[in-house]
Design a protein around this ligand. Structure first.
Ligand SMILES: NC(=O)c1ccc[n+]([C@@H]2O[C@H](COP(=O)([O-])OP(=O)(O)OC[C@H]3O[C@@H](n4cnc5c(N)ncnc54)[C@H](O)[C@@H]3O)[C@@H](O)[C@H]2O)c1
Length: 257
């Protein structure tokens, strides 16, 4: 039996990319996986993927930028399992308006990247506090440590998430709740494949070599979603029992170079 077996895990944005890969990894560890996504079709696909490999999954169709949806989502999970052990705050909104950004854009990105993960954590806390155990993994980004052209809103909010995690970890340590960040470099998700093709006219091999992506790191390749998912699972597991307020940078040395 692994330390994650039977744990109730919520993964936001688990219909695609890193969230989907994480949900699958938690399923393989025999967790009870809650897939939260605002896209019904992709959420159902992730659920089926986990069930087809023998795992247990529930799909909740919710927009995690809406407080009422978060409340309902947490109530549904507690109604079914009466506990929540792990929360992965994975949804994140990209924006490349830079200095042209409007107040509306700022509000949207701050809401998705800061306020929503805060609210998801807040509503999961009562059960975690009661059990005196919990792990929250926030999916930040290497963009939270560096400046990138026209990434103003995204990088500012990911930087804020990095320090929000430290503050949460400080407040929640006394309840034995750990809070950490995973900070990925470029991941070859379905969405990145589409956007990088559109913006740079390159395929995966091209992205592996391009200096903005894989070419800028020490392994000269972009990562697979699964490689990030395994780090998320590690931070959520008992293997990381003495790790809190930490950033696990998963970028093949991009920001160290
Ligand atoms: N992909 C990368 O290269 C990369 C790099 C660093 C950090 N990150 C971070 O990783 C996280 C996941 O990124 P990804 O690229 O895997 O995402 P993605 O775009 O591939 O998938 C996001 C999923 O979240 C769902 N979603 C979006 N908004 C939602 C909402 N309001 N409520 C519920 N579900 C919603 C989408 O339907 C989709 O299924 C983000 O926080 C992102 O900033 C990604």
């Amino acid at each position: 039996m692994n330390s994650l077996e039977g744990k109730v895990v919520i993964v936001t944005g688990a219909g695609a990319g890193i969230g989907k890969a994480s949900a699958v990894e938690f399923g393989l560890k025999k967790c009870k996986v809650i897939i939260v996504d605002n896209d019904k079709e992709s959420g159902e696909v992730s659920k089926k993927l986990i069930e087809d490999s023998g795992g247990e999954a529930t799909f909740i169709n919710a927009d995690i930028t809406v407080e009422k949806d978060i409340k309902n989502m947490v109530e549904k999970v507690l109604g079914k399992y009466a506990r929540i052990d792990i929360l992965v705050n994975n949804v994140g909104l990209f924006n490349n308006s830079g200095m042209d950004a409007t107040v509306e854009e700022w509000n949207e990105v701050v809401r998705a990247n800061i306020i929503s993960p805060f609210l998801c954590t807040k509503y999961c806390l009562p059960t975690m506090k009661e059990n005196r155990a919990g792990a929250v993994v926030n999916v930040a980004s290497i963009s939270g440590f560096i400046a990138q052209e026209n990434y103003l809103l995204y990088n500012t909010t990911k930087g804020a998430m990095i320090n929000m995690t430290r503050c949460m970890a400080l407040d929640l340590g006394k309840y034995n709740i750990r809070v950490n960040n995973v900070c990925p470099g470029t991941v070859w998700t379905e969405n990145n494949e589409y956007f990088i093709k559109k913006s740079h006219n390159i395929d995966k091999r091209g992205a592996d070599l391009h200096s903005d992506f894989g070419g800028g790191n020490m392994l000269s390749r972009v990562s697979e979603p699964k490689e990030i998912a395994k780090c998320i699972v590690f931070l959520a597991s008992e293997d990381a029992s003495f790790v809190t307020a930490e950033n696990l940078v998963v970028d093949a040395g991009y920001i160290a170079k």
